[in-house]
Write a protein that binds this ligand. Structure first.
Ligand code: BES
Ligand code: MN
Ligand code: ZN
Length: 498
């Protein structure tokens, strides 16, 4: 959706109407910049209002007042930053999201920096990123807008700080990332009658505008390549599958690319092993992994990241039909390995098997990260705020974990073990596509591992974080666009040449 927010950067002291936002710690003391704007009466006013309203300046709390006489503003919004300890580790995107939420639909000047704490250009850019993400809404299909909701007007934030020129510069990269997240959210929120595989591929192809090379594989080509596992999943749908390979070459052509691979099941009915009706509508989000890959490629290309990346997504619809694949079918994957289908609802791993094999053979990446809304079992294990990480490489796993901590897109490492691999041995074929109820996320990961050669690999099971997301300060949308910020961060920290 179009951004419902405009953000500018300017010097402290810029005048203007609308709301005025200032920050205080739990001592309620105004920083120098805020004191300059509010004058001598400001601190007294805030102290008196705080006592009436029992506002304690705690982190992520706010006090909203009519602006005092003599101040050119409509409302004064005082945002708490908490104790000294809280202020030492401010989460800037979250603070930006919280603040944007308080002035939603309005224009506000935001005096960044409280109690003389230096606010860096990077801090301000991250604040802007959070504000942008907070303002995202998916309302494309609402034909009636609520008449007096402030959600109708756009929000405008003027961020005021001394480092405003550097902040505006830093915010360009942050904006590229925000756009990537928004693209991912839009893809996840779209219904599958609109976003079927061909349409998904068309939207991914828009990355060519940013200099990304996009190749779309149609079924004939997939058959030539031998993608029997992916094609089996797709055969029950009237919508043809697509595989999209997106290449961003931001570094020297001699640099080995990294590979990002996403599960793109535009709708997962379960197929012949059909799911129960309750909650089946959520399965439009079963392409959250593919959405994250497209969003990340957008972010990297848009900020011209100096890294070579191959992004690849397998896009299919899993439907019951007279032509569907069925339990007991044996299919041959592109790797040559055969798979006995036990449950047609374990389709994501079949899609990933062929896309991973293709990318690995064609591009010889230095490592592979796949993202997939793969198992209900990972939701049972880790809930909706932490993704499961499986990896054959400790260094890659540690870097992903750190990028998760830094962005708030948290991951938790889960085990790969011979017992899980044994659980998917089949009586009739090389393997079967489910390993039973026990350790469901781990047997799924072990299945994927059978298609990964001797290359560092990490699998992110994002079934819990990829859809039906809990509301946070930076997300009010069903699809959070999980993974874009983590992957962007990972590239920036470790894989971009200077
Ligand atoms: N797309 C689902 C996993 C899922 C479940 C994602 C809930 C998001 C929310 C996946 O294709 C699936 O159906 N997995 C099965 C595997 C089982 C049949 C071995 C599952 O988890 O039940
Ligand atoms: Mn399924
Ligand atoms: Zn699925």
């Amino acid at each position: 959706m179009a951004d419902a927010i405009t953000i500018t950067f300017g010097p402290l002291g810029s005048a203007g109407r609308g709301d005025l936002v200032v920050f205080v710690g739990d001592d309620l003391a105004l920083g120098g910049a805020a004191r300059d704007v509010l004058g001598s009466g400001g601190a007294d006013l805030v102290a008196r209002a705080a006592s009436v309203e029992k506002f304690k300046g705690r982190s992520l709390s706010a006090l909203v007042l009519p602006a005092p006489a003599g101040i050119e503003a409509d409302r004064l919004v005082v945002v708490g930053l908490g104790s000294d300890k809280d202020r030492a580790k401010i989460d800037w995107p979250v603070l930006g999201g919280f603040t944007a939420g308080k002035v939603s639909g309005r224009t506000a000047r935001v005096v960044l920096g409280a109690n003389g704490a230096p606010v860096t250009a990077e801090n301000a850019a991250e604040f802007a990123l959070g504000a942008r993400l907070r303002s995202y809404r998916f309302d494309r299909y609402k034909t009636k807008k609520k008449p007096d909701s402030d959600e109708n007007g756009g929000t405008t934030l003027h961020l005021l700080l001394s480092e405003h020129e550097a902040a505006a510069q830093a915010a360009k990269a942050a904006e590229a990332v925000a756009e990537g997240v928004v693209i991912a959210r839009d893809l996840i929120n779209e219904p599958p009658n609109v976003l079927y595989p061909e349409e998904f591929a068309r939207r991914a192809s828009e990355l060519t505008k940013l200099g990304v090379e996009v190749e779309v594989l149609e079924p004939a080509r997939m058959r030539e390549l031998g993608m029997g596992a992916l094609l089996a999943v797709a055969q029950g749908s009237v919508r043809e599958p697509r595989v999209v390979v997106m290449r961003w070459n931001g570094a020297d052509s001699a640099e080995t690319p990294v590979a990002l691979i996403g599960k793109g099941v535009v709708f997962d009915s379960g197929g012949v092993s059909i799911k129960s009706a309750g909650g089946m509508e959520d399965m439009k989000g079963d392409m959250g992994g593919a959405a994250a890959v497209v969003g990340t490629l957008h972010a990297l290309a848009s900020r011209k990241a100096k890294v070579n990346v191959v992004g690849a997504i397998g896009i299919v619809e899993n439907m019951p039909d007279g032509g569907s694949y069925r339990p007991s079918d044996i299919v041959t994957s592109m790797s040559g390995q055969t798979i006995e289908v036990i449950n047609t609802d374990a389709e994501g791993r079949l899609v990933l098997a062929d896309v991973i094999w293709h990318v690995q053979s064609a591009y010889k990446p230095r490592f592979i990260i796949d993202l997939a809304t793969l198992t209900g079992a990972i939701i049972v294990a880790l809930g909706q705020d932490i993704a499961g990480l499986f990896s054959n490489d400790d260094d890659l796993a540690a870097r992903i974990t750190a990028a998760g901590e830094a962005t708030g897109e948290k991951v938790w490492r889960m085990p790969l073990a011979p017992s899980f691999d044994k659980a998917i041995d089949s009586k009739f074929a090389d393997m079967k596509n489910t390993g039973g109820r026990h350790g469901g996320a781990a047997t799924a990961a072990s299945f994927i591992k059978r298609f990964v050669n001797d290359v560092p690999w990490a699998h992110l099971d994002i079934a819990g974080v990829g859809m039906s997301s809990n509301a946070t300060e930076i997300n009010r949308s069903w699809g959070a666009g999980w993974g874009v910020r983590l992957l962007d961060r990972l590239m920036r920290e470790h894989y971009e040449t200077k």
